[in-house]
Design a binder for this molecule. Structure first.
Ligand code: BG6
Length: 479
């Protein structure tokens, strides 16, 4: 049995737009998440050529508007996290609560106050907040009127926002992340970069320009954070899908290597090492442009170089496989990435391929690549839960998934990897990012709310609640 480090950060993770609700309360502006309709077609809808960011309640439901009403129930929710013994709680600040339009000169005090309260509530129970500065919820105005992250002006807006929240909270919050799953934009640039077909998502140069702007903005946040509090830990956050070659064919092996560079490693290489990797030009050439075509200043490169992140946060749900020889192989669904079906793996209700060993590999790959601490800030099983008449869910399938992934983390610890902690995703049921469904549940806590918005919103402990409580109490000894 693995000994987890003494200060291992056991906890759970959420994002503001997926649980807070109160989308227009206390001065909050609209965010990109507020215009995403519910349902598996949400990305298809926003990528229609005539999509104009209008909220049309006669046509669609907008589940992020209500979330699970955490904005009004955060005390009850954090109390439940404390009961499980959370050492930390990862959540995000809704940018549009602080700067409703993104380009405002002054922050919205009511928004800042809300997070004062949430942080105080965590600290009351000795739960360390782990804050994501931007998690798929940029102010809509920055998308509509500035064209999203491909516009350099966003660097200044983000810097102002990051500076405000860091100055306000860093005294009591040691752990931070700059951008959630920054690399997801390769396949789905809407949530992270505010790019859809109608404002340039089809042009890969825009995506790389947007990334560059985000890298610089993130490095500026790192700089501010270190000036405020030298012992702060501010990390990047990657969507990591361990990528295998389908077989030993060297052609597939090379394809998997390239896929790893392009998807899993590119953003981290810049954010952790502070320089663009050697393969940058080759990747960009494949998309038909050159690094020289991007707007990049010497000052940008300097700020990147001087302000690498302190640790690597990443989400891990599934692995993927690459086969460029056999085009007829079945494809797999996944967390914004797919690949071909791996015959050795089973899949979740949503087709994501379950692979705990892939997590051990991911931890080794990232730590050996960067030699900086790694933090599993998302992992979990999105599943259909069937509560009994007392609203109790016997979610043994979730326990099984989590147990195997925690064992895999233990394996990586034995391999010598410096793992900071583990915050399973959606520790309380919340709105799914990719499908806008409530029925895709990850939580230890069941929330009585369905895909149509019906339900009492009452919270109920699932079987996994007490199981995870014991995992934390025994520091991972009893799984
Ligand atoms: C990650 C995101 O991609 O995966 C979360 O950071 C998201 O915001 C989570 O909710 C699970 O994905 P989904 O689509 O099942 O909600």
């Amino acid at each position: 049995m693995t000994e987890f480090p003494k200060n291992f950060l056991w906890g759970g993770a959420t994002a503001a737009n997926q649980l807070e609700g109160a989308y227009d309360e206390d001065g909050k502006g609209l965010s990109i998440a507020d215009v995403l309709p519910g349902g598996p077609k949400r990305f298809e809808i926003v990528n229609q050529p005539d999509f104009d960011w209008t909220i049309d309640k006669n046509k669609y439901r907008y589940p992020n508007h209500e979330g699970i009403d955490h904005y009004h129930r955060y005390k009850e929710d954090i109390k439940l996290f404390a009961e499980m013994g959370f050492k930390c709680y990862r959540f995000s600040i809704a940018w549009s609560r602080i700067f409703p339009n993104g380009d405002d000169k002054e922050p919205n005090e009511a928004g800042l106050k809300f997070y004062d309260n949430v942080i105080a509530e965590c600290l009351k129970y000795d739960i360390q907040p782990v804050l994501t500065i931007s998690h798929y919820e940029m102010p809509l105005n920055l998308v509509k009127n500035y064209g999203g992250w491909k516009n350099r002006k966003l660097i200044d807006f983000y810097e102002r926002y990051a500076s405000v929240v860091l100055h306000r909270y860093a005294k009591s919050v040691k752990y931070w992340m700059t951008f959630n799953e920054i690399n997801s934009a390769l396949h789905f640039p809407v949530m992270g970069q505010g790019l859809v077909k109608s404002n340039g998502a089809d042009d890969m140069q825009n995506i790389y320009q947007a990334w560059h702007n985000q890298f610089v903005a993130g490095a500026k946040a790192v700089k501010i954070a270190h000036e405020i509090r030298p012992d702060i830990m501010i990390g990047c956050m990657l969507l990591y899908a361990t990528t295998y070659a389908y077989d030993a064919n060297p052609v597939n092996q090379l394809a998997a290597l390239k896929e790893n560079q392009t998807f899993n490693h590119f953003c981290g290489d810049v954010q952790v090492r502070g320089t663009y990797p050697a393969y940058t030009e080759s990747v960009m050439n494949r998309y038909g442009f050159s690094f020289k075509d991007l707007e990049v200043t010497d000052a940008d490169l300097k700020v990147l170089k001087e302000n690498p992140v302190d640790y690597i946060g990443f989400s891990y749900y599934m692995s993927t496989a690459v086969n460029v020889i056999d085009k007829k192989l079945a494809t797999a669904k996944g967390n914004l990435v797919g690949g071909v079906k791996n015959p050795f793996l089973e899949a979740s209700d949503w087709g994501w391929q379950i692979d705990p060993t892939g997590l051990r590999i991911a931890l080794n790959e990232l730590y050996n690549r960067y030699q900086k601490p790694v933090f599993v800030v998302e992992n979990g099983l999105g599943a259909i839960d069937k509560p009994d008449k007392n609203n109790f869910v016997q979610d043994d399938y979730r326990i099984d998934y989590l147990r195997k992934h925690i064992e895999a983390i233990g394996g990586a610890v034995e391999d010598g990897v410096d793992v900071m902690g583990y915050t399973p995703w959606g520790c309380i049921d919340l709105v799914s990012a990719s499908t806008g469904q409530m029925s895709k549940r990850y939580g230890f806590i069941y929330v009585d709310l369905d895909d149509e918005g019906h339900g009492t919103l009452n919270r109920y402990k699932k079987a996994s609640f007490n199981w995870y409580k014991n995992v934390i109490a025994t520091n991972g000894k009893e799984l």
